[in-house]
Design a protein. Structure first.
Lengths: 238, 157
């Protein structure tokens, strides 16, 4: 079979993403995806078309033990034999890190990465603070992230913000204790880099949540935020 | 957070869906560098990883033999197992309301729509679709193929 024929690749990619490409043919196509840019591209295009169908599935929250299991597995060496189904025995309740993996992965791609990959798996993601903000309907709308010792805050919009005319979108840090303070104004557009007043380690180490409100301008020191249009957790990713 | 519902829907078994979710997260962590933000939305990429893992788990022999025997008349098809989950077609219709592909899905023939819905939401293969829809394998393959082609043509407009 001539896999490089674009129309054939496209048909296979469609059935792969839909799931009807099964058995050995599925495995073969997965191998092909790793070597053929054409196949990989076709798959991404079909994912874009079909995966949004999953949005109509009823929501379901995984139980706490899943996060604990993920945490434990990430600590295992990559090729170690994985003990089967022992994860519900694990007691250590640290969910934020694992949650951060999901929320942070996409974002991390835009952060500068060390040029040489380290054999330590954890180093794939640099030490960072990551926030994911959702809108009133619970949909992820904004990702924010910053290297631990950096002053730059990377912001990615998953949805347009659209502040009312004459207003700006202001990103706030909400410390666990104390008053909210301004991190910066989020400019229009899909991506932005804000420069913060200090390193994220100094600014965000006690911050548990981030939020966005629409304000008439950059709020001065001590000014309270208006109503938040987006809110979300801020997690440490290391 | 959409990964768990995807795994749960395909596998229809909480414990296994939890297992798949964990594997997905670990895989995401380890393959983060393969994500290309230019090509795909983060949630699409993440959802797809979980969905693929769920499909693999669904089709693994251990699971099949334990859960549904396709040779067994009484268990003819996984989707006939009585439950109160929404029908795949119902989900497809709901998706239509929200998504840009709405007009395009409407353009599919009824059997094409049904095949696409069963394959996407419940992870049915061609052979299982043939059984579920009581149609010859070749016919079912054509329904899927033409449904996807139509969707593509429409979405490219």
């Amino acid at each position: 079979m001539n896999y490089e024929r674009a129309d054939l690749l496209d048909k296979l990619a469609a059935e792969y993403v839909l799931g009807t490409l099964a058995g050995p043919a599925r495995r073969r196509f997965e191998r092909l995806m790793r070597t053929s840019p054409g196949a990989a591209k076709a798959v991404v295009v079909w994912q874009r078309r079909l995966i949004p169908l999953a949005r109509s599935l009823p929501d379901a929250m995984p139980p706490e033990r899943v996060w604990r299991g993920i945490e434990r597995r990430l600590d295992e060496p990559m090729h170690a034999a994985r003990p089967r189904r022992r994860w519900w025995d694990v007691l250590l309740p640290v969910a934020t890190l694992a949650l951060g993996v999901l929320l942070g992965v996409a974002l991390m791609q835009q952060l500068p990465r060390p040029p040489v990959p380290s054999p330590v798996e954890r180093s794939i993601l640099p030490e960072s603070y990551v926030g994911v903000l959702t809108d009133a309907s619970g949909q992820a709308a904004l990702l924010a992230g910053s290297r631990r010792h950096g002053k730059e805050l990377f912001v990615k919009m998953l949805k347009p913000l659209d502040p009312p005319s004459g207003q700006v979108a202001v990103l706030w840090a909400l410390p666990a204790k104390g008053a909210p303070f301004v991190l910066g104004v989020v400019p229009a557009g899909k991506k932005a880099t804000l420069t913060m007043a200090d390193t994220s380690e100094r600014l965000l180490s006690q911050v548990s949540r981030l939020a966005v409100s629409f304000e008439a301008g950059m709020p001065g020191p001590g000014v309270s935020p208006g109503q938040f249009v987006l809110q979300g957790h801020c997690v440490k990713l290391w | 957070m959409r990964l768990f519902p995807v795994a749960l829907r395909i596998l229809n078994q909480r414990e296994l869906a939890e297992e798949v979710l964990q594997e997905s997260f670990v895989s995401i962590w380890r393959h983060a560098s393969s994500y290309n933000p230019v090509l795909s939305q983060p949630l699409t990429w993440l959802t797809n990883i979980a969905r693929n893992r769920a499909l693999d788990a669904l089709r693994s022999t251990q699971y099949r033999s334990g859960m549904v025997s396709l040779d067994d008349e009484s268990g003819a098809v996984a989707l006939e197992v009585a439950d109160d989950r929404p029908e795949p077609l119902e989900l497809l219709n709901q998706a239509e309301d929200r998504l840009r592909l709405s007009e395009c899905l409407k353009g599919l023939e009824p059997q094409q729509r049904r095949s696409v819905a069963l394959a996407f939401y419940d992870g049915l293969t061609h052979a299982e679709l043939a059984q579920a829809l009581d149609a010859p394998l070749g016919t079912v393959k054509a329904w899927v193929r033409r449904g996807l082609e139509k969707l593509k043509r429409c979405m490219e407009k």
